[in-house]
Design a protein around this ligand. Structure first.
Ligand SMILES: [Zn+2]
Length: 225
């Protein structure tokens, strides 16, 4: 009965693919087959080039970003569907796909715990969910490790960064995170975010984690600009 209802609802409100806007077939969930095949994955695995963005600022064990972010590209549409249309299932599914690829590349094999970059509580209230946490959930499932969403908190709201220069952006995110326990001391932590732009937010959050005695830090980002 439920499935008849679902079919009828689909006739009235067809689900569309957040990547390309086409109507999804019954067997397709969250993403059409075409978009699944043509996800703009970063084809070359070059951890060095990514690690350089944090060189001298944050000691990293491994770093990887899954998708390339281009203006008006599939990745931008997917992130938009997650953040502004609340497509939470899509976030978790992309996290799962990301995790599967990490396993294939034998990345993050010694990670103990996955930590999503937290949102400020007022923003979390407004949006209702943390997209990085959903991505982290999918990743943790595939990597077979735990997820920690209570050790680090965002204590400062940050104003929008679009009109700031690089230096101002770095200063803007200094000390905006705080860790409240040392439960992660001695562990290899994988910090997860939705998109890397300047890396300043990740650096600030990573520093807060290292201060609690985390022994190794790695970064996984769904997309890179
Ligand atoms: Zn599509």
């Amino acid at each position: 009965m439920a499935s008849v209802m679902q079919d009828m609802l689909r006739l009235v409100f067809p689900h569309t693919c957040p990547g390309c806007g086409r109507t999804l077939l019954k067997a397709e969930h969250n993403l059409c087959l075409h978009c699944q095949v043509h996800l703009p994955k970063r084809l070359t695995f070059n951890s060095q080039e990514l690690a350089q963005r944090f060189y001298g600022r944050l000691p990293l064990s491994e770093i990887y970003a899954y998708l390339l972010f281009k203006r008006n590209g599939i990745t931008q549409h997917l992130l938009h569907a997650i953040k502004y249309h609340g497509n939470q299932e899509l976030a978790q599914e992309l996290g799962n796909k990301f995790g599967l690829d990490c396993n294939k590349l034998t990345l993050f094999t010694t990670v103990d715990t996955v930590v999503p970059v937290p949102l400020h509580k007022s923003k979390l209230r407004l949006r209702g969910f943390n997209q990085s946490e959903l991505i982290a959930k999918g990743l943790a499932n595939q990597l077979g490790c735990t997820l920690d969403n209570h050790t680090v908190h965002r204590v400062k709201k940050t104003p929008t960064q679009t009109r700031k220069n690089r230096m101002e952006r770095w200063q803007n995110v200094a000390q905006i995170f705080e860790a409240t326990t040392n439960q992660l001391a001695g562990k290899h932590v994988l910090l997860v975010d939705d998109v890397i732009t300047t890396g300043a937010t990740l650096e600030s959050c990573g520093q807060a984690l290292l201060q609690t005695g985390v022994s190794k830090l790695s970064i996984a980002c769904l997309a890179i600009a």
